[in-house]
Design a binder for this molecule. Structure first.
Ligand SMILES: Cc1cc2nc3c(=O)[nH]c(=O)nc-3n(C[C@H](O)[C@H](O)[C@H](O)COP(=O)(O)OP(=O)(O)OC[C@H]3O[C@@H](n4cnc5c(N)ncnc54)[C@H](O)[C@@H]3O)c2cc1C
Length: 559
């Protein structure tokens, strides 16, 4: 056992910084061009759009991190045979670190589109490259020294909100505690009204930013017009949308994926998915989605996250076969097909002041971040389904006590037996049957301070000083953006596909995953009749691509 850890670390480091052989470099040569740099020259700078992947041919490049507060930390030095890139270079995103020539340097520069072509054309070499790109991003996230810097009190709801956003999007960041760090406190004071500052890698400082403003500053999304006509616009980057993107892009279609929050959707909020095929010990939703996100980009799918779709324009679909989606910021994207993969949004129970505490102690998911906030605390969780059960078991490993509130007499009708067994086996989970949440206490600025629940048989009320409350009371389809486009939905708002959607087609019935508007498909949780499972969502994403090909080629398939 004693020798295992160093070997593991060495293997990981070796995978993260592999040395390419002369034969490997010869295979890469046709994808790049030679670039020379004198001593001291900057090859790439954190916060600026990365030119692609560099392979060092001669000399040494020093990689350093700046934290936006003026601190510079050396990461590594890379010599001949090393390549310089991390996952962001697959899609031409801004660099997260700085690279400077130590002495004269000669490199082979492979731009993002050629990097993707290389990874696909040279499969075994591509596998080594992609593994290294992912491990480097993971290392940057774990080190918490590059990317965005959030300055403020670490327990402030706004700091948590942005941490959550960056964490869910796999973007490195670290928090500087303004109550302990004198430099940070002085900077915060300079900005007067600011409760929170975000420093981007290029040095730009944002005061109390929204997620959207921060994403733009970090280069996660652009503000440019996209005039091209896509083959497929995918709305939603949950499992269904990401699967659609992987299959469509790998089959040569021009694809863009839009999501208003982060990749992974509801599954991204799952601490452990245990029933997804091929992962006998389970996998976190974030890890599964993170891999799919990179995989889709490897095949050339474009990602726009965060970007909210406000509406869809189908007015030209009959005449030209062209569809369009309109983003919340007013931009319009055109496509020959649209895949609705917008899933479901969490249902909100009717409790006074709920909105005051959302993101400030009231959560609709339980990831590692929320679990950390609950360490050794008493928490409450509402819901009796499988996602509630998973979250309760997960939180019980961190919290002092987890109170599970269910309206009915037991969990038997709504939760899988294996989860009920685990709940019963956990000594710090208490089940409260016949119980409903009725009050929330505290101030929005300082977050939730407690909750009250009521026995629905006796009316007896109980106060609990829970500073974190988890709500898992089901979900409703995210379809408001479809209103006005003629997409038929069932009485609960889920999108109809196939035979039930055929009414909108005078000439032909809808294909199995096609909605009532030709060329508009629906997959995953948003679709009427779907199984509401990760496996189902992914299968539908894959199946939709075959139908998209048929639509684009003018062939007809009936339900
Ligand atoms: C906590 C939890 C645990 C779960 N555990 C499991 C499990 O163990 N096993 C299992 O099989 N299933 C599990 N599920 C269910 C599973 O996560 C869902 O079935 C699956 O995520 C559905 O995928 P989807 O892609 O259809 O939709 P979603 O995952 O809901 O993704 C939809 C995406 O669309 C985006 N979106 C919505 N509207 C817009 C818009 N207007 N513009 C842009 N983007 C938009 C959203 O931000 C979201 O990212 C769990 C669910 C939860 C909440």
């Amino acid at each position: 056992m004693a020798t295992e850890a160093p070997i593991e670390v060495e293997t990981r480091t070796h995978q993260m910084f592999p040395v390419l052989s002369d034969a490997d470099i010869a295979r890469i040569t046709r994808f790049g061009s030679i670039r020379q740099y004198p001593a001291g020259a900057c090859l790439f700078r954190a916060g600026e759009t990365g030119p692609g992947m560099y392979v060092v041919l001669k000399g040494v490049v020093a990689i350093t991190q700046r934290d936006g507060l003026g601190h510079v930390t050396p990461i590594t030095e890379q010599g001949p045979g090393h390549f310089l890139a991390e996952v962001g270079q697959l899609s031409g995103r801004p660099a997260l670190v700085d690279g400077h020539a130590l002495g004269d340097v000669e490199t082979l520069l492979v731009p993002p589109d050629q990097l993707r072509a290389l990874i696909i054309a040279e499969a075994d070499l591509g596998e080594r490259l992609v593994r290294a790109l992912i491990l480097r991003r993971v290392a940057l996230i774990e080190a918490g020294a590059s990317g965005a810097v959030l300055i403020g009190p670490p327990d402030s709801p706004d700091v948590r909100r942005l941490e959550n956003f960056l964490g869910r999007n796999g973007y490195p960041y670290h928090v500087v505690d303004a109550t302990r760090d004198a430099d940070a406190a002085a900077l915060l004071e300079q900005y007067g009204e600011a409760q929170l500052l975000a420093v981007c890698p290029d040095g730009a400082v944002l005061m109390n930013p929204t997620e959207d403003a921060l994403a733009r500053c970090l280069g996660m999304i652009d503000s440019e017009e996209h005039a091209e006509l896509f083959d497929v616009i995918v709305v939603g980057a949950g499992p269904a949308g990401l699967a659609t993107a992987v299959y469509a892009a790998s089959e040569g279609l021009r694809v863009i994926v839009l999501d208003c929050r982060s990749y992974g959707g509801q599954a991204g909020a799952s601490a452990r998915i245990e029933n997804y095929l091929g992962f006998p010990t389970g996998i976190s939703g974030g890890a599964l989605a993170g891999r799919a996100y990179v995989q889709a980009q490897k095949f050339g799918a474009q990602m726009m996250i965060p970007a909210e779709v406000a509406s869809m324009d189908c007015s030209q679909s009959q005449a030209t076969g062209e569809l369009a989606v309109i983003l919340r910021d007013g931009r319009k994207l055109r496509s020959r097909t649209v895949v609705i993969a917008s899933g479901a949004r969490y249902r909100r129970p009717a409790v006074p002041r709920l909105a005051d505490f959302e993101g400030r102690g009231v959560w609709y998911w339980a990831s590692a971040l929320e679990a950390r906030m609950c360490t050794q605390q008493e928490v409450a969780l509402v819901g009796g389904g499988n996602s509630a059960g998973q979250a309760a078991v997960f939180l019980s490993q961190h919290a002092a006590k987890v109170n599970v509130l269910v309206r009915g007499p037991s969990l038997a009708a709504s939760m899988s037996r294996y989860l009920i067994d685990r709940l019963e086996a956990a000594p710090n989970i208490e089940l409260h049957p016949h119980t409903e949440l009725c009050g929330l206490h505290g101030e929005p600025a300082t977050g939730l301070a407690g909750a009250t629940w009521r026995d629905n048989r006796t009316g007896a009320e109980h106060d609990c000083p829970a500073r974190n409350l988890f709500l898992f009371v089901g979900a409703e389809p995210e379809t408001t953006w479809l209103e006005g486009c003629g997409v038929a939905v069932d009485r609960h708002g889920f999108v109809l596909t196939g035979q039930p959607a055929s009414g909108g087609f005078p000439a032909r019935p809808a294909a199995p995953l096609e909605s009532s508007v030709p060329g508009v498909f629906a997959v995953g949780d948003v679709r009427s009749g779907s199984v509401k499972r990760v496996g189902g969502a992914i299968g539908e994403g894959a199946a939709a691509v075959a139908l998209i090909h048929q639509h684009l080629s003018g062939a007809v398939t009936t339900a």
